[in-house]
Structures are given as structure tokens and as C-alpha cells.
Design a protein around this ligand. Structure first.
Ligand SMILES: *Cc1c(COP(=O)(O)O)cnc(C)c1O
Length: 304
């Protein structure tokens, strides 16, 4: 995006993770758009000063970035955020990002490293209706092998070497074993595309079942799911951004997590992690998980 636009600044959202590249290792700060500070030793502030932070699902915070800088190359976003728990972006918000990018000559990047082939086989754009300029993928696209991939229109991709001046290469780029594994996984998934709907349905049943069980015991749970991704927060209010996610009841999460683990149900061990189900997760397992959560929420409520 920088090579294509000839600009230096990047807008990213607090709570979104985009790998350990220097410019993107900038995380929580205030919700207001400020120039980012590095969140890891070894990352020079000279790099992260080109990263502007905005608040997820808050278009005003993005507008402020464009007021603060006339050098914005791109907005990068997880359209279905999975690194602050599961927090999908509002459709309207993504459409507004698209507009802002077009008005200002910046590119819109969807980071679907996590959500790719999990939320949908056709990408977040098939769910949200907003089409990015650049798409990044990883994880599932490798079918278990280490791969990262990105794509864009022919015009943008033509900027890459050897066609264009933007250098990009790696020892393991296009690694044949990883490519074969990814191709096999995706071919299988494509042949059996209805499995995505089955997983979505199971995920929905799981979080709804747990939410009802929590509610019956006076505990408020916010839930969501997209395809095989699911998430929950112990929170009285809707979770729309990282600050909201941080406002969740971490102690209750820890208690629930550890009691579920004792009962044989292993959720991701951080309230900021998204849960995934796979084709190995059966209907019976979903019911068993809901039933265990019923017992445990009651136990938690009784002890209060
Ligand atoms: C995991 C993840 C990355 C980083 O991918 P790596 O292959 O570890 O570099 C980037 N973006 C998102 C959204 C991720 O979940």
C-alpha cells in the first residue's frame, strides 16, 4: 500500500493484531487517534510514528486520523476481529471506511489471516458487502502448514517485483509443501462448502445455549459467531471495540474457564481469544458443552 500510494502512514485499530511487523506492533492507547507508541522492545518509535490508531467501529476516530495526516497510505482492519475476542465490524462502519479511503486516495486492507475460510469460504466481503483493495490471508490457507498470502487487483499487484519496484520475496515464498497442503484443504472445503453453514449453526447453538444458561443464573453474556468462529464476553453491554472488551469480567472468565476445564471442556484460555469449532466438533459435543456450562454457571451463582 505504501509503495502503491507513495505515502508513509498507516491507520490501524486498537485491539486488532496484524502480525509482528514493526509498524503494526502498536496496540492499545487511548481511543483517540494518536501517533502510536511501540508495544515491543526493539521496535523504534521512528517506525511506529507512522502508525495512527483509531477505535474499532468508530468512524469519527478514523476521520480524525485523516485530519491529522495527509500522508495515509492505507487503513488496515480485521473486518471480523478475532484478536480482542470476537468483535465483528459493523457493515455500515466498513462501508464508511471504504468511502473514506476512496475520498482520500488511500487503500483499504482487510486482514483475514484469522477469519479467512473460517467465517466464510468467500471472505468477509461476502458477509459485509465491502470490498477491500488488498486482502491478507494465513492460517487456514496453509491447511496446517505455515503460509501467508496477500492479494489485490492486478493494478496493485503489478507494483510488486519483478513487474514493479516494490520488493517482495522470501526463502519459503510459494513453498511447494505448504502450497500443496493449503490447496488440498481448500479444495476439500470448496467441494463440501455447505459444511460452513453446519459449523455456523453449531457455533450459534453453542453460544446461545451458554448465554441462556448464564442468564438463568443472573450472569450477562455477550455472544456472537461467524462461520466456525465464536466468541463470548461476560459483559452487561454490547462489545463493539477493544475498550468494551477490556471492560468484561476477567475474573468471571477465569473462573468459568477453569471450571469448564476441570469438567473436560477446554476453551481458549484468554478472554481476548476467539473460539473455533471444526468438523470434528459434533452436535453431541455442543450439547455436552452447554449442559456443563449450565452446571457451572449454577455453581458460580450459588457460591456468590
Ligand atoms: C495470526 C494473525 C496474524 C499473524 O499471522 P502470522 O502468520 O503469525 O504472521 C495477522 N493477522 C491476524 C488477524 C491474525 O490473526
Amino acid at each position: 500500500a505504501r509503495g502503491f500510494t507513495g505515502r508513509d502512514d498507516i491507520v490501524k485499530f486498537t485491539g486488532c493484531y496484524h502480525g509482528h511487523s514493526d509498524s503494526l506492533l502498536v496496540e492499545a492507547g487511548s481511543g483517540a487517534a494518536t501517533f502510536g507508541n511501540p508495544s515491543s522492545p526493539g521496535v523504534p518509535a521512528d517506525f511506529t510514528k507512522h502508525t495512527l490508531l483509531a477505535e474499532y467501529n468508530n468512524i469519527e476516530s478514523v476521520r480524525k486520523c485523516f485530519k491529522d495526516s495527509s500522508d495515509i497510505a492505507c487503513i488496515i482492519i480485521e473486518p471480523i476481529a478475532g484478536n480482542m475476542g470476537l468483535v465483528p465490524a459493523d457493515k455500515e462502519f466498513l462501508a464508511q471506511l471504504r468511502e473514506l479511503c476512496d475520498e482520500n486516495g488511500a487503500l483499504l486492507i482487510f486482514d483475514e489471516v484469522m477469519s479467512g475460510f473460517r467465517a466464510s469460504i468467500n471472505g468477509a466481503e461476502s458477509i459485509t458487502g465491502t470490498i477491500p483493495d488488498i486482502l491478507t490471508l494465513g492460517k487456514v490457507i496453509g491447511g496446517g502448514m505455515p503460509v501467508g498470502a496477500f492479494g489485490a487487483s492486478a493494478k496493485i499487484m503489478a507494483q510488486l517485483s519483478p513487474d514493479g519496484p516494490v520488493y517482495q520475496a522470501g526463502t519459503l515464498s510459494g513453498n511447494p509443501v505448504a502450497m500443496a497442503a493449503g490447496l488440498a484443504a481448500l479444495t476439500k472445503l470448496k467441494k463440501n462448502a455447505r459444511v460452513m453453514g453446519v459449523l455456523e449453526e453449531r457455533g450459534k447453538r453453542l453460544v446461545r445455549g451458554m448465554q441462556e444458561a448464564a442468564k438463568a443464573n443472573g450472569i450477562n453474556m455477550q455472544i456472537d459467531n461467524r462461520g466456525s468462529m465464536f466468541g463470548f464476553f461476560f459483559n452487561d453491554n454490547e462489545v463493539k471495540n477493544f475498550a468494551h472488551a477490556c471492560n468484561s469480567d476477567a475474573k468471571l472468565f477465569a473462573e468459568f474457564h477453569s471450571k469448564m476445564l476441570d469438567a473436560g471442556f477446554y476453551f481458549a484460555c484468554s478472554l481476548y481469544e476467539t473460539g473455533f469449532i471444526s468438523t470434528a466438533t459434533t452436535d453431541v459435543m455442543i450439547e455436552d458443552t452447554i449442559n456443563a456450562s449450565k452446571r457451572i454457571f449454577k455453581e458460580i451463582a450459588d457460591a456468590r
